[in-house]
Design a protein around this ligand. Structure first.
Ligand SMILES: CC(=O)N[C@H]1[C@@H](OP(=O)(O)OP(=O)(O)OC[C@H]2O[C@@H](n3ccc(=O)[nH]c3=O)[C@H](O)[C@@H]2O)O[C@H](CO)[C@@H](O)[C@@H]1O[C@H](C)C(=O)N[C@@H](C)C(=O)N[C@H](CCC(=O)O)C(=O)O
Ligand SMILES: Nc1ncnc2c1ncn2[C@@H]1O[C@H](COP(=O)(O)OP(=O)(O)OP(=O)(O)O)[C@@H](O)[C@H]1O
Ligand SMILES: N[C@H](CCC[C@H](N)C(=O)O)C(=O)O
Ligand SMILES: [Mg+2]
Length: 470
């Protein structure tokens, strides 16, 4: 451990004054809402032994660890407190598909006999079981602590989600990334990133700054951003696996949708492979292929990888079949919360549906307002009946959010309250139809104001289906 940390006899590190305990170094970080430097006295009262912050910070007499980039330093110090890391560490970025890919990769590794884990939006999944987490990419201290604990448990392979917020805020710095992956980049988070190029630069940091130049990278090259990232990675000398419908290394040649599965033809390094993926939805094939490519780069044989794909189980809240009406019309719950996600979701469901697609969705408050009408327009274009409702209004007015969504789908029904909207969706279903409830996926709460009220799309849909069949 660093001499300075030893000298201070520090027992920990935290950027939250409220969480500071005696012996902890307080990182006073300027943020988006508050400025950690305003909480130094509180941290001191709680027993902080030093302050990490910008040069010149008034630390109220505590020793100052000065750094021009205190967030980056914070991440590297976090590593010193939690030094152990599993030997294989994959980081996955992209607008959509991260959670699915890391979970599929965890399953492929486990199938191949490795002690494997993944973490992100859905929490930590390890051989020890499941543990909740608050962020897709946790704060640097929580992230390093998680990796350290997984290594102590004997986990050798970990896949983690690298969100753009996490990358910009240096939450992953200090992680010895051994391979990384990219799914796609489409609109999201324009409330946080100034524009698309800043958003792209945030994602690109994973490859240019966090992944060593001799490490393999797996890139879905179907979009312009993927192509650009692949070019940049290649010029740095990284070994690039190009995947997707247009991938040179792993190409999806054909997908034949079945009722609840897909027959895939993949061309891997020029050779044809046919298999059945036991999941519905084209986007799941793309994520499964990304997981396969990352597995092959991290010790899994092609034979075990292809076998593993045929045994994949779906990710909670990602095109999850919650149940069906008594006439057999399925109800799916999915986490699509972007224009592209909703587009891919509705297109994915179409080939599996004989009748009409009914969609229930809304948009989150305190999140990118520009995506709202765009999601409305996609729903109007690709579904037969659109019901706009609430999705975590947070501190915004729920009705205003719905009206912004409705601008893109003026013919849609506007239903206050998510349960009422789901009930209406179910009531519209004929025997050949299907209901898609999008936006909340695995979530178990509806955030209204700053309170979270228990709410699960799967549980509500199942209860309503049960009540209707009684
Ligand atoms: C916009 C954003 O990413 N904010 C995150 C960031 O906050 P910040 O540094 O801007 O914090 P701030 O509230 O301005 O406060 C500044 C500093 O003062 C400290 N403070 C503040 C108050 C106090 O009483 N005492 C105190 O010490 C704070 O701990 C912080 O260090 O760092 C905080 C500590 O790690 C995070 O909790 C916080 O996540 C907020 C709650 C959040 O909602 N983040 C979301 C948008 C997010 O990160 N999402 C991505 C996924 C996005 C995706 O879908 O791809 C994720 O990785 O989860
Ligand atoms: N490869 C993909 N391309 C486009 N859309 C996708 C893809 N994979 C998943 N989706 C859509 O995005 C939703 C979220 O998927 P997933 O949770 O895997 O993404 P994520 O990148 O982890 O999202 P988040 O940024 O919220 O963590 C899915 O429910 C689906 O609707
Ligand atoms: N990771 C995404 C999830 C959005 C999910 C949706 N239910 C919402 O609340 O907007 C975010 O925090 O922007
Ligand atoms: Mg995720």
């Amino acid at each position: 451990m660093n001499d300075m940390i030893k000298e201070l006899n520090a027992t920990g590190l935290s950027c939250d004054s409220l969480a500071v305990k005696p012996g902890v170094i307080f990182a006073a970080l300027p943020g988006t809402v508050a400025d950690g430097r305003n909480y130094i006295s509180q941290a001191k009262e709680n027993g902080a032994v030093a302050v990490l912050s910008l040069p010149g910070t008034d630390t109220e007499g505590l020793p100052l660890i000065a750094d021009e980039n205190p967030r980056l330093r914070y991440a590297h110090m976090a590593r010193e407190f939690y030094p152990k890391q599993p030997r294989t560490l994959v980081a996955m970025t992209g607008t959509n598909g991260k959670s699915s890919t890391v979970e599929f990769l965890r399953q492929l590794w486990t199938h191949a006999g490795y002690q494997a884990a993944c973490f992100g939006t859905l929490g930590v999944m390890s051989p020890k079981g499941y543990e909740a987490m608050t962020h897709t990419t946790p704060d640097a201290v929580a992230l390093h602590e998680t990796l350290h604990n997984l290594a102590e448990q004997g986990v050798t392979h970990v896949a983690m989600e690298a969100s753009s917020h996490g990358l910009v805020q240096y939450r992953l710095d200090g992680v010895d990334v051994t391979a990384s992956g990219f799914s796609n980049l489409t609109q999201d988070h324009f409330d946080y990133h100034a524009n698309e190029s800043e958003y792209f630069e945030a994602k690109a940091r994973l490859f240019s700054e966090l992944t060593p130049s001799d490490a393999p990278v797996v890139i879905t090259v179907d979009g312009t951003h993927g192509k650009e990232l692949a070019k940049q990675a290649q010029s740095r000398g990284q070994e690039v696996t190009r995947i997707g419908w247009t991938g040179d290394n792993i190409r999806i040649d054909e997908i034949i949708p079945r009722a609840a599965s897909q027959d895939l033809t993949l061309i891997i390094d020029g050779k044809r492979h046919e298999l059945t993926l036991p999941l519905a939805g084209e986007f799941q094939s793309l994520n499964a292929v990304a997981a396969l490519a990352l597995a092959l780069q991290t010790g899994v044989s092609l034979k075990a990888g292809l076998e593993g794909l045929q045994k994949l189980t779906g990710v909670s809240g990602r095109l999850e079949r919650a149940g069906q009406t008594k006439d057999g019309a399925p109800v799916f719950v999915d986490f699509a919360h972007t224009e592209d996600g909703l587009d891919k979701l509705l297109r994915s469901v179409r080939p599996h549906t004989m009748g009409r697609i009914v969609v229930v969705f809304g948009c989150g408050g305190d999140r990118d307002p520009d995506k709202r009408s765009k999601m409305g327009a996609v729903a109007a274009k690709l579904a037969d009946s659109v019901i706009v409702t609430d999705d975590n209004p947070r501190t915004e007015n729920a009705r205003d959010i719905r009206l912004q969504v409705m601008k893109g789908c003026p013919g849609a029904k506007n239903v206050e309250g998510r349960e009422a909207a789901i009930a209406l969706g179910i009531s519209e279903l004929g025997p050949q139809d299907c209901l898609v409830i999008a936006g909340k996926g695995h979530e178990t709460g509806q955030i209204i104001g700053t309170k979270t009220i228990p709410f699960s799309d799967v549980a509500v849909a199942q209860r309503l289906l049960r009540e209707l069949s009684e």
